[in-house]
Design a protein around this ligand. Sequence first.
Ligand code: ZN
Length: 518
Amino acid sequence: MPAHAFTNGRILSMSPTVGTPEVVVVDEGRVVAAGDTGILRSFPDATVQDLAGRVLCPGFIDAHHHLSIAALHPHWADLSAATTVDDLLAALVAQARREPGTPWVRGAGWSDLPTGLVPHRRQLDALGLDRPVVVAHYSLHQAVVCSRALDELGIGRTTPDPPAGTIGRDADGTPNGLLVERAWSEAHARSLAPFADPDRWPDHIEALARDLLADGITAVHDAACPPPAETAYRTLAAAGRLPVSVLVMPHPLALLAEPDAARLDGPPTGEGDSRVRVGAVKLFADGGILPAIDVHMGGVPMRVGELFGGLDAQVALAVGRGFRVAVHAIGNAGLSAALAAFAAAARRHPGVDHRFRVEHACLASPLQLTRLAELGGVAVVQPGFLHHLGRSVEGVRFDDATWLPFGDVLRSGAVLAASSDSPCTFHAPLRTGAHGASRRTGSGAVLDAGQSVSYEDWLCAYTAGAAYAGGQETERGMLAPGLVADMVVLDGDLDATRPPTVAQTWVAGELAYDAAVR
Ligand SMILES: [Zn+2]
C-alpha cells in the first residue's frame, strides 16, 4: 500500500492537539503524521494528494444508524410514499408477488403524518393473502397487522396490553390491528426472521453499507443489533466485505424488548477489532410514538406517555456484566429515568469510565444536560429530526424543557455525538448537519435559533464526538497519528445554506469512493 500525503486544502483534524495541519500523511491504513509542509521531507515516496483548496476531515461516524434493519428495506414493500389505504394495499400485493415464499408480507416506511393514514386490520384481511401482513411505521415504534398475524401472535379480545405497549382496539374491545411500542416487538421479530438467514443478510448489509460511502460515512453504530446481525457483520468482516466499520449495540431481535439475558453472557463492550466491535447495550427509557413527557405549559402541568419501566435493573445488570449502556430517551421524563439509572450504576461501580449514552434527548432542560455532563455522559442526537419532529413541535413551547436542545448540550459540557437514526429519517451527514445549523424544519420555519450548532461543530459531532460515544476515540474520528485513516474530502464551503458535497471517501488509507468516477 503506498503512502499518501494530503495537502493544499483546509484540513480539519478534529483533534485538539493536531488542530488544522497543512499536511496529513497516511500509510498502512493509519495516519502516520500531521503537521506543516516540512514533514513532507520525511515522506519522499508518498503520493501527494492535492486537495486543491477543498476540506479534508475524518470519515463520518453515524452514531445511531439501524444499518442491519435499513439493509432489508429494499426487500420489503416501500410504503413511504403511500398517502391512501389503496396505495398501501397495492404495494403489499406487489410485495406478496415478489416474495412468494416468505412467511410474512412486510411493508416498511408507513407514515400517518400528515395524512392521518392508519389502516384497519380488516382492510389488510380483504387482500386475501395467504400469509400474515405487517405494515411497519417509519419510526419502527408501531405497526398495523392483519387478523392472521394477530392470531399467530396470540393477540385476541381478552389479551391485555403488554407492559410499555398498546393493542389498538375497536369500540367493542376487539383488536383493530394497531400495535404500538412493545406490542409490536414480536411482529417485527417474526417478519424480519426470514431475512435473518445467514446466507442473505450479509449481502443486503454489504450493499447498503457500500452506498453509505458516497455520503462520507465510514463507520456506523448499529443502534439495535440482534445476535444474527452481529454474526452477519463478523462474516462480512472476515471476508473483507464490510465497507464500513461497525460498532454493534446488542439488542434482541424483538425490537424495543428488554435485553436478552443470554447475550449479556456474550462478548462485552470493547471486544472485537477496528472493523467490528461491541458497543453499548441498547435499552429504552420511553417510547418513540408517545415519549414520556412531564412538563409545564404556561404554568399548567402536563404529562403524556409512559416510562418503559425496569430501566434501573437493566442498566445494573448490563453494567455488572461489563457492558456500557445506551438508553433511548426522547421525552424529558424518559431522560430523568435514564439519568437516575446512570447515577445508581456510577455509585455501584465508582472509578469506572461508564461513557453513558443517551440516545435522542429530544426534550431536555439545561439542568438535565448538566447532570448528564457531570456523569461523563454523551448525548447521541439527530440533527435531521429538525425536519420531521421539528415541524410537528413548531409553536409547542414548554416552561421547563426545550425541543432538540443541541446548543444546550454543547453549553452543558456533555459530549455531542451526531447520527441519523436511519431508516427512520434521511441519513446524509452533510444534509442532517445543515438542519442542525439552520434549525430549519420541514416546513421551512426556524425552530429555536438559540439552539443552533455551527456546521463545523456538526462535522465534529459526526467524527470526534461520535467516536467518543462509541469508546473509539483512540481508534478513529480524528486525523491524528496512529488512528485509522478514514477520511472524507468535501467540495464547497461549510455553509449550511449551501452544504458541501462529498468528493472522495477514503477507508483505511485507500480511496473507496470518488464522485468524479461515478
Ligand atoms: Zn433508533
